[in-house]
Design a protein around this ligand. Structure first.
Ligand code: FE2
Length: 433
């Protein structure tokens, strides 16, 4: 054996388990833990001490091309979407291959440390030189042995309304983008928006790709492109292979239309990705009080059987000056924003940055999960349950990719000199007296 993880807690399994990793970097078998049994003399031994061993975190929506540009060339003083676009338009003119590679790689390093091994990034392709796309394609090749990077050809300024937009989208796909993007609500007219989705789906079908559109990211209750996207997904060969990201207008839809939409979306098999950081910050900016929260209908769509995941979206860029690309932070903010605060609902937030996000990327069930035959890619969390991992915002003790330890975080408890007591350690677990 190359590696054995002993005494780990697995999701959906009672008791503790051992996970054995074969020399080929795949999981050989998962067996019940026996504390009387001696550990093997060879191979890497990881004692889990009852920690949660989970399939790796999955980031379904990030913008690695814009990441780490906050303040360049100037800060977004108002924090609004519109000033953010103005800042990015200025910064975009100075993009170089080295600049994009350096920033994207830095964020991927952060993600690896957090246990994120599968990433879908959007990449603005409304640039005649496609500088960022070429740079991200290079990064994808550099990390492919230990991380999955899917690149969405994202037409930030439109497909139909932007001069040459469709040509750039086609060129991005020809150069190797994995997923076709769109931004229908940003197109000049409703008709342009519908046409842009038809173009995106036709191109995706032609090349056997998936679709992931920035869709209805606006507080306008009249923005209803998600119904077009869902219908195209149902009627094309892309059922289950299409994603609507953001869909914040859904937070303003009336009850009757929402009911219709829940039925349509559940039949269509599309995925939704909600990005709570960016949209809590950017939406509702034109409202007096009461001010809308500007999120999609997370809870309602989950209840309707739609696959919904949480994404981080922006990391230290003109639209979100903060962030470390930490999926447990996304889950925490997302669960409060979407009011997934009931007893059974908190673990849902964990699934939205793991299994549900994996479905957005289309990761095969045989390639994702703690099961014999799957790649030995997982995170060992210093917490027994998803709820505890989110509550304490733990960092994975180990991140293993295909049988190799990619990141390791030693425990670092705080030493407390509580008056009247001997020094003790605090790790924010519930103390038993
Ligand atoms: Fe986005």
């Amino acid at each position: 054996m190359r590696m054995i993880v002993r005494g780990a807690r697995l999701l959906h399994t009672h008791g503790l388990s051992d996970v054995e990793v074969a020399e080929d970097g795949r999981i050989a078998r998962v067996i019940p833990y026996d504390d009387q049994k001696e550990p093997p003399a060879t191979g890497i031994l990881i004692e889990a001490h009852g920690g949660l061993l989970s399939a790796p975190f999955v980031e379904p929506h990030i913008h690695l091309d814009t990441a780490l540009t906050a303040g360049e060339p100037r800060p977004n003083a108002s924090g609004t979407l519109w000033e953010g676009i103005a800042c990015w338009t200025e910064r975009k003119r100075t993009l170089t291959r080295e600049d994009v590679i350096a920033r994207a790689t830095e964020v991927l390093r952060w993600q690896a440390a957090h246990g994120v091994l599968h990433v879908r990034t959007h990449c603005d392709i409304t640039d005649p030189d496609l500088t960022a796309l070429d740079a991200l394609l290079e990064v994808r090749d550099r990390v492919r042995d230990f991380m999955t990077l899917q690149i969405v050809a994202f037409p930030q300024e439109g497909i139909v309304s932007f001069p040459g937009g469709e040509g750039l989208l086609r060129e991005a796909v020809a150069r190797g983008a994995d997923v076709v993007g769109a931004i229908p609500h940003f197109e000049d007219t409703r008709e342009d928006g519908v046409a842009s989705l038809h173009t995106a789906f036709a191109l995706a079908e032609e090349h056997g790709l998936r679709v992931d559109a920035h869709c209805d990211e606006i507080d306008d209750e009249q923005s209803r492109f998600v119904e077009v996207l869902a219908t195209l997904a149902m009627r094309s060969g892309l059922r289950g292979r299409a994603t609507a990201s953001h869909t914040t207008a859904m937070g303003s839809y009336n009850g009757a239309y929402s009911y219709k939409l829940q039925r349509l979306l559940s039949r269509s098999g599309i995925n939704l990705v909600s990005n709570p950081f960016a949209n809590l910050g950017l939406q509702g900016r034109f409202d007096a009080y009461p001010k809308r929260r500007g999120l999609t209908q997370v809870k309602e769509m989950l209840a309707a059987g739609v696959n919904v995941a949480f994404g981080h979206d922006d990391v230290m860029d003109p639209w979100n000056a903060l962030g470390t690309a930490n999926p447990l932070q996304t889950a925490l903010v997302g669960l409060y924003a979407a009011q997934l605060t009931g007893g059974d609902e908190v673990p849902l937030a964990f699934s939205m940055v793991t299994e549900r996000a994996a479905r957005v990327l289309g990761l095969a069930e045989t390639e994702y999960g703690i099961t014999a035959g799957a790649p030995a890619s997982f995170v060992l969390l210093p917490a027994p349950t998803p709820e505890e991992a989110i509550r304490r915002q733990v960092r994975p003790r180990y991140v293993v990719s295909r049988g190799t330890v990619l990141a390791e975080t030693p425990p670092a408890p705080t030493r407390l000199n509580w008056p009247g007591e001997p020094p003790s350690e605090v790790d924010f677990g519930r103390r038993l007296r």
